[in-house]
Design a protein around this ligand. Structure first.
Ligand code: PXL
Length: 277
């Protein structure tokens, strides 16, 4: 069996349990060698903390890419999350060109928005550029808010299957045929994930817990990518990632003052066990 190596490109929020501090341990737990390319360094994430520092690392990307190319470094998959600035989209595309192995996957989590709003520091120009990256991906993992910013559709909290199907169609029209849409809820107390691979659909519904945590999108995407790269199908990976994320949120509900992220560490064993099955 070829040993899999992933490159993940997203920010380091030094404190806050999101992006690289979540992706690296989760991908490692999935049994995959993980290389990282930090897109930015922040003192904390931007959801709930104020006065955070932010350093965009876009300028380092071309020389890192060129060094890897010279060393003939190749990745089985590239997984991107929160990027620091719009110039990074072209850098990511050129890193893919230089380092993605034949048959390797580009998986894009367009981490830029939630609950109907863009994250601080992002604007519509960023959303448009993210659309260009999504167009080039093999899999994209938006939540409904991100799907709306990518397609121009109206954000709704209540909807029917026809609204979700229209969103999927518009996302696929961007250019990526495989869409993993998270946070699709058709009834009170439940939510789920819809996996669209071309015309094929699979929906996995699970309990919606009353507490919600920051960073669960990153936990979900990391567990999905790790499972997929370990050979699970997309619907299997979507289920493993959903069950794991629910466990993280459930664990966090019992902690005091843990508003900034989800305690994903104590339940990593469940993810490892699920991937072994
Ligand atoms: O979890 C997504 C995320 C990643 N990185 C930074 C963020 C957020 C969400 O707000 O602020 C810096």
């Amino acid at each position: 069996m070829a040993y899999k190596r992933i490159l993940t490109i997203q920010d380091i929020s030094c404190v806050g349990q999101c992006s690289l501090t979540v992706a690296l341990p989760i991908l490692s737990a999935c049994g995959v060698e993980t290389a990282i390319l930090p897109s930015a360094v922040l003192s904390t994430h931007t959801a709930g903390f104020t006065g955070f520092t932010f350093r965009d690392l876009a300028d380092d990307m071309p020389s890192i890419r060129d060094h890897w190319k010279k060393e003939n470094i190749q990745f089985s998959a590239i997984y991107t999350g929160y990027l620091g600035s719009i110039s990074q989209v072209d850098y990511v595309l050129s890193i893919r060109e230089a380092t993605l192995a034949d048959g390797g996957l580009l998986i894009v989590d367009p981490a830029m928005a939630d609950n109907g709003k863009l994250y601080p520091i992002f604007d519509m120009t960023y959303a448009k550029e993210m659309g260009r990256l999504c167009a080039a991906a093999d899999y994209i993992l938006p939540n409904i808010t991100e799907a709306c910013f990518l397609t121009g559709m109206e954000y709704r909290e209540q909807y029917e299957e026809s609204y979700i199907e229209e969103l999927i169609g518009k996302l696929q029209a961007l250019g990526c045929k495989n869409v993993v849409l998270t946070g699709v809820s058709y009834r009170e107390g439940f939510t789920g994930v819809l996996v669209a691979e071309g015309e094929k659909r699979s929906y996995y519904e699970h309990t919606k817990l009353s507490n919600s945590c920051h960073g669960t999108g990153d936990i979900y995407a990391s567990a999905f990518v790790g499972s997929l790269v370990r050979g699970k199908t997309a619907p299997e990976a979507a289920k493993i990632a959903a069950d794991y994320t629910v466990s993280c949120i459930r664990y966090t509900a019992n902690l005091e003052n843990h508003w900034y992220g989800a305690a994903f560490e104590p339940v990593l064993g469940e993810l490892i066990a699920a991937i072994k099955n």
